[in-house]
Design a binder for this molecule. Structure first.
Ligand SMILES: *Cc1c(COP(=O)(O)O)cnc(C)c1O
Length: 355
């Protein structure tokens, strides 16, 4: 019956989200969610907003949230855009800022797998730039030399977890004055250097962040883009040509409360960072090569064990990790950092499976 479809739809290869199994007592380490719940202030704010907040349309500009973000990041509200998860924000960015006739978009060959999907949806020509082999699977921004109409990469990169420095991003921006550079900072709070402080100096820099990971709000769907007002205005024009209210009232107040609770944010992200360092040591002890991670996951391979088989064995033990059957990384497992207790279950199980 696809004769009823717009022919483009048959050509799409949609993104495949990580599994959300309904099984209980699962150790779920496959989609980089935060093991700690959101700040209690988020739940209070959402609860208060249910009393009288749902009858009316929400503020289409989400000003309350944008002001909270501006305060947190040291920006003006005009430098902040808010959308329904950073996936939606990225979709607007691809459509509005990264599509240029005759000039391909560049991104790493191993990176967030949604990027080529947006290119398919919006008809954007793109080229991938291979991650370097030394250090293993590292992003070298000096390799982005071919003519292009824009560059996007995650920092830290996904699924490798490796970060690039702010100095390297600054040099890329200086070499690239005529195209937009988008830094997807979904995992930046777990150890990377944010590019946000460069925004005032570079009219071509856009930084995208999400509240899904470090703020533990994957279920609320809130993402941000930050850049100079001319870039933000582009995204607003697309939003208002698509859906004026991408954020509901509960998301607006909940996300703002999350950004305001600095103490909770610090405690939980430090806990994740500490667990990551501990897990890295433990897996190294078990013989894994673990890439240095600045994210809330690690990317690891075992020299003598097939990664897909290991993932399957773990699943039989009710531990879910992510395996990508993709060239160059099919011997790696991406493991989300859980609580110390979840990490210990993983380590004990692996120890048994490897014995
Ligand atoms: C998780 C993730 C996103 C999407 O986050 P949402 O805000 O939940 O849509 C974007 N980019 C990267 C690299 C991610 O890992």
């Amino acid at each position: 019956m696809n004769r009823f479809w717009n022919p483009l739809v048959a050509q799409l290869s949609p993104y495949v989200p990580g599994e959300q199994p309904s099984m209980v007592d699962l150790v779920k380490l496959n989609t980089n969610e935060n093991p700690y719940g959101p700040s209690p202030r988020v739940l209070n704010a959402i609860h208060s907003a249910t009393h009288n907040g749902l009858r009316l349309y929400p503020d289409p500009t989400a000003l309350h949230l944008r002001c909270a973000a501006a305060t947190h990041f040291g920006l003006a509200p005009e430098q902040v855009f808010a959308g329904n998860g950073s996936d939606e924000v990225l979709a607007f960015v691809f459509l509005g800022l990264l599509k240029h006739e005759g000039r391909p978009l560049l991104f790493p060959d191993i990176s967030y797998s949604f990027y080529p999907v947006y290119c398919g949806l919006f008809g954007i020509d793109y080229r991938t730039v291979p991650l370097a082999d030394s250090p293993v699977l590292s992003l070298q921004l000096t390799d982005y030399t071919e003519p292009h109409g824009g560059i996007i990469f995650p920092n830290p990169n996904a699924p490798t977890g490796r970060a690039v420095s702010r100095a390297d991003i600054q040099q890329l921006l200086e070499r690239t004055p005529d195209a937009v550079v988008v830094v997807d900072e979904a995992y930046i709070d777990f150890g990377g250097e944010s590019a946000v402080p460069l925004i005032d100096r570079f009219p071509n820099l856009l930084v995208v962040q999400t509240l899904s990971k470090s703020r533990s709000l994957a279920g609320l769907r809130v993402g941000l883009a930050m850049g100079q007002p001319h870039l933000i205005e582009c995204l607003v024009r697309i939003k208002d040509s698509f859906n004026s209210y991408p954020l509901d009232q509960l998301a607006i107040v909940g996300a703002a409360a999350a950004l305001q609770d600095t103490a909770y944010f610090e405690t939980t992200r430090q806990a994740v960072i500490q667990s990551r360092e501990k897990l890295t040591l433990e897996l190294t002890r078990l013989g894994f090569d673990v890439l240095p991670s600045a994210a809330n996951f690690i990317f690891a391979r075992h020299p003598d064990r097939d990664a897909a088989t290991l993932a399957k064995r773990l699943r039989d033990e009710k531990i879910i990790v992510r395996h990508f059957a993709t060239p160059r990384i099919d011997q790696f497992l991406r493991i989300t950092i859980g609580t110390d207790e979840q990490c210990a279950i993983l380590v004990n199980t692996l120890e048994r499976l490897l014995a």
